[in-house]
Unconditional design. Structure first.
Length: 76
Protein backbone atom coordinates (compact mmCIF):
# COMPACT_ATOMS: atom_id res chain seq x y z
CA UNK A 1 0.00 0.00 0.00
CA UNK A 2 1.46 3.34 -1.00
CA UNK A 3 0.86 6.69 0.72
CA UNK A 4 -1.76 7.85 -1.77
CA UNK A 5 -3.97 4.81 -1.31
CA UNK A 6 -3.46 5.01 2.46
CA UNK A 7 -4.61 8.64 2.60
CA UNK A 8 -7.59 7.96 0.31
CA UNK A 9 -8.68 5.07 2.56
CA UNK A 10 -8.96 7.53 5.47
CA UNK A 11 -12.37 9.22 5.81
CA UNK A 12 -12.51 12.63 4.10
CA UNK A 13 -12.92 14.55 7.35
CA UNK A 14 -9.71 13.12 8.78
CA UNK A 15 -7.46 13.35 5.69
CA UNK A 16 -6.52 16.95 6.40
CA UNK A 17 -5.57 16.07 9.98
CA UNK A 18 -3.47 13.10 8.85
CA UNK A 19 -1.62 15.21 6.28
CA UNK A 20 -1.13 17.98 8.86
CA UNK A 21 0.28 15.47 11.36
CA UNK A 22 2.81 14.25 8.77
CA UNK A 23 3.86 17.82 7.95
CA UNK A 24 4.16 18.86 11.61
CA UNK A 25 6.22 15.78 12.48
CA UNK A 26 8.46 16.41 9.49
CA UNK A 27 9.03 20.02 10.58
CA UNK A 28 9.85 18.81 14.09
CA UNK A 29 12.54 16.47 12.76
CA UNK A 30 13.99 19.32 10.70
CA UNK A 31 14.30 21.77 13.58
CA UNK A 32 14.95 19.45 16.55
CA UNK A 33 18.39 17.85 16.77
CA UNK A 34 18.46 14.07 17.28
CA UNK A 35 18.98 13.13 20.94
CA UNK A 36 22.15 11.52 22.23
CA UNK A 37 22.36 7.73 22.48
CA UNK A 38 20.81 6.49 25.70
CA UNK A 39 18.63 9.57 26.11
CA UNK A 40 15.02 9.08 27.10
CA UNK A 41 14.07 11.13 24.01
CA UNK A 42 15.42 8.62 21.46
CA UNK A 43 12.19 6.60 21.28
CA UNK A 44 9.88 9.65 20.97
CA UNK A 45 12.20 11.09 18.30
CA UNK A 46 12.08 7.84 16.34
CA UNK A 47 8.28 7.73 16.57
CA UNK A 48 8.00 11.32 15.36
CA UNK A 49 10.48 10.55 12.57
CA UNK A 50 8.39 7.54 11.50
CA UNK A 51 5.18 9.61 11.55
CA UNK A 52 6.99 12.17 9.40
CA UNK A 53 7.58 9.37 6.87
CA UNK A 54 11.36 9.74 7.20
CA UNK A 55 12.04 6.19 6.09
CA UNK A 56 14.24 4.71 3.41
CA UNK A 57 15.79 7.35 1.17
CA UNK A 58 13.83 10.11 2.93
CA UNK A 59 15.48 9.31 6.30
CA UNK A 60 17.25 12.25 7.91
CA UNK A 61 21.02 12.31 7.69
CA UNK A 62 21.36 12.88 11.45
CA UNK A 63 20.26 9.91 13.54
CA UNK A 64 19.81 9.64 17.32
CA UNK A 65 23.05 8.70 19.03
CA UNK A 66 25.23 9.28 15.99
CA UNK A 67 27.51 12.31 16.07
CA UNK A 68 27.51 14.69 13.15
CA UNK A 69 30.00 13.81 10.48
CA UNK A 70 31.81 16.85 9.25
CA UNK A 71 32.12 16.45 5.54
CA UNK A 72 32.92 18.95 2.90
CA UNK A 73 31.15 18.95 -0.42
CA UNK A 74 34.00 20.77 -2.09
CA UNK A 75 36.94 18.94 -3.55
CA UNK A 76 40.46 20.02 -2.68
Amino acid sequence: MDLTSFLTSIPAGIQTYAASLIIICNLMTVFIRPPAAGSRWVLPYRIISALALNIGWARNHLQPGHPEKETSHTSS
